[in-house]
Design a protein around this ligand. Structure first.
Ligand SMILES: *[C@@H]1O[C@H](CO)[C@@H](O)[C@H](O)[C@H]1NC(C)=O
Length: 283
């Protein structure tokens, strides 16, 4: 299989201190942003609209001075698209090794999965240095709750209702779509196919680890070819080029095929799979 990756990422580097000896944007971000973590809210938290969340940020100790400067609340919509709700807090909160901010979930927040994107600013000689953005786990927001005399709390939404709270999204598997090949396309065996990934900048997906082709005919879908295995950080626009060569024993003109993309999640230990649209292959 021929394989190549063309990654395009757009970034603006607004600050570069002469004191910073780093080769690239990635190194700078690693230097200033590694070791930062948003440890609450937890993925098991259920918050009622209008109540307060506790946002905790931890860091490893080093000589960089850090300040929490903003909290942005995001939702994951039913399609898995991250949606910016609002900036719920802006200020200056010094971050030693751990800092917690109590922040209100707006009263009019609809039920669903939400997460915080936390802005942490590095201060260098009293000046605004590189910013880091770290996300919390997704947590559940319900519109109301009721606690009975026995101390049991029930919520306006069933916490198992996947139309509000999709377990896949809670693993950080959202904000990535395979734009191409699209559903219903026809490709030719041996032709060059561009697998186009579009990643939202607020996605919690992290690195591409595997690309496979699956065949759907009758029975369970069958993996018919492994295109690539490795580890490659995902840019927000990402294209994988494949030459379609389905082994002859798995080549079936009546079947449909799709690419399965495995990626890691920023949520530790989780992995995600996404699929392209199902397409036909002609000889
Ligand atoms: C709830 O959060 C708001 C900020 O969004 C804050 O002003 C208020 O003090 C918090 N309430 C409590 C009880 O911590």
């Amino acid at each position: 299989m021929k394989f190549s990756i063309a990654a395009a990422s757009v970034f603006a580097l607004t600050f570069l201190s002469a004191a910073v000896k780093a080769d690239s944007y990635t190194d700078i971000i690693a230097e200033f942003c590694d070791g930062l973590e948003v440890t609450t809210p937890l993925d098991t938290d259920v918050l009622v609209s209008g109540s307060n969340a506790t946002v905790t940020v931890t860091r490893v100790a080093n000589d960089h001075e850090k300040t929490i400067t903003g909290l942005d609340l995001y939702s994951v919509d039913s399609e898995g698209t991250p949606k910016y709700i609002k900036n719920t807090w802006a200020g200056q909160y010094n971050l030693q090794t751990s800092a917690s901010i109590s922040d209100q979930i707006p009263q009019d927040t609809a039920a669903g999965l939400y997460y915080y994107r936390v802005w942490v600013t590095n201060m260098i000689d009293g000046q605004h240095g590189p910013d880091c953005i770290k996300t919390s786990r997704t947590f559940k927001v319900a519109t109301d709750s009721h606690t009975n005399e026995a101390g049991f709390t029930s919520y306006a939404q069933s916490l198992d209702d996947v139309s509000y709270y999709k377990p896949e999204f809670a693993k950080g598997c959202f904000g990535l779509t395979v734009k191409s090949p699209a559903e219903g396309e026809t490709q030719k065996q041996n032709s060059h196919v561009a697998i186009v990934l579009q990643r939202d900048s607020a996605s919690q997906t992290d690195a591409l680890t595997k690309v496979e082709v699956y065949r759907a005919l009758e029975g369970p879908d069958k993996m018919v070819d492994t295109i690539w295995v490795g580890k490659e950080a995902l840019a927000n626009a990402f294209t994988i080029k494949d030459q379609l060569r389905i082994p002859s024993d798995n080549f079936e003109p009546d079947a449909v095929y799709y690419y399965k993309i495995d990626v890691t999640s920023q949520v530790k230990g989780e992995t995600c799979s996404f699929q392209s649209g199902a397409f036909k292959i002609t000889a």
